[in-house]
Design a protein. Structure first.
Length: 215
């Protein structure tokens, strides 16, 4: 039962099911009507049960219970919309766990920012046999997060998140920067780059927090 709702009428009044002898009995009808007030919220909850199982519209206090179904722990300091998104995306995140795409998506939900992940893996093709192998031999993982306020991101929690989402044998580094710092670095890099030169970049995967299902 979610709680008492003033003015809520039971769709199945108990008094209507009493024998004919009690249909006009004031005391019996009054007694059963008091029980109808208690049962009405239960019937309303059962009628709307599918809504309780949808992270996008479930009551806020029920969302914590749903998170236990999918094995995720919600941070109470997060906005409600971000908590709803994590529960809704939990199954997909588990399917991609241990991959660059999965890590980027999970960090994006946690931080609410733009995430770029660089690792040592790469893919390439060549028409000539015996070419160099793409990527780097040494395991490497770099996670760069761009947010409005870097101080609002808990590095300890982010570190724990990345450590559990990545392959255990791969070392990693984390960098959290603000949008203003990224813009300044980009402008500086553009000014220093030679004209008409194509810079070679490492493989990267980017992700950003998607809009909440309830928005």
């Amino acid at each position: 039962m979610r709680g008492m709702v003033e003015g809520l009428v039971s769709p199945h009044p108990l008094g209507a099911g009493l024998p004919a002898l009690y249909q006009e009995d004031t005391f019996a009808q009054g007694l059963t009507s008091a029980l109808d007030v208690v049962l009405a919220p239960i019937f309303a909850t059962l009628d709307g049960l599918p809504s309780y199982l949808d992270p996008a519209i479930a009551p806020a206090d029920f969302l914590d219970w749903l998170s236990g179904w999918v094995g995720v722990t919600l941070d109470e300091t997060w906005p409600l919309e971000r908590r709803r998104q994590l529960v809704a995306d939990a199954a997909q995140l588990y399917r991609s766990r241990g991959t660059v795409a999965g890590l980027a998506a999970q960090v994006a939900i946690y931080t609410g920012g733009e995430v770029a992940v660089e690792d040592n893996g790469a893919a390439a093709w060549s028409a000539t046999s015996g070419g160099s192998v793409p990527g780097k031999a040494a395991p490497l993982l770099k996670v760069r997060v761009t947010v409005d306020d870097p101080n609002a991101v808990s590095l300890a929690r982010l570190e724990a998140l990345v450590a559990t989402a990545k392959p255990a044998h791969v070392p990693h580094t984390i960098e959290v920067v603000g949008h203003s710092a990224r813009a300044a670095r980009a402008a500086k890099a553009d000014a220093a780059a030679p004209p008409s030169s194509a810079a070679e970049t490492s493989p990267r995967w980017t992700a950003a927090a998607s809009p909440s299902p309830s928005s």
